[in-house]
Design a protein around this ligand. Structure first.
Ligand SMILES: [Zn+2]
Length: 126
């Protein structure tokens, strides 16, 4: 566990204790247990969503080049609503709200991956 995880754990724990205190005063022992569970679970979910947003490059699908195993992306300048990423192997990709499309050397776009309906996973963009 690194320092960041310790801080996250404390935040989640404190949120659980606060909710347990509030629910415990109203509903007694059952409220205490349920309040802690609901408070900490909700905080954990919110933090997960927030952290995923902030770390977009890490949540991108792997590079499509078979010889490339590191697929380290570097963010390039994008246009409105689109972000441009260059892989360490030289392949370029365009990310918009739903699609992760390969930008070929001649400037044309080749579909690669798209977000699943709920946005949590990547699937092939055909
Ligand atoms: Zn690559």
């Amino acid at each position: 566990m690194n320092l960041f995880e310790v801080v996250l754990f404390i935040v989640v724990f404190v949120a659980g204790v606060v909710c347990a205190g509030v629910a415990g005063q109203r509903f007694g022992g059952v409220g205490l247990v349920l309040g802690f569970a609901v408070g900490s679970a909700t905080t954990l979910l919110v933090l997960r969503v927030l952290l995923r947003r902030g770390n977009e490059a890490a949540s991108l699908p792997p590079c499509r080049m078979p010889e490339d195993r590191k697929h380290r992306y570097r963010a390039e300048k994008g246009t409105d609503g689109e972000a441009l990423f260059e892989c360490s192997c030289g392949a370029c990709y365009v990310l918009d709200a739903k699609h992760f499309t390969q930008l070929l050397k001649d400037g044309s776009l080749r579909p690669y991956m798209k977000r699943s309906r709920r946005g949590a996973r990547w699937e092939m963009d055909l």
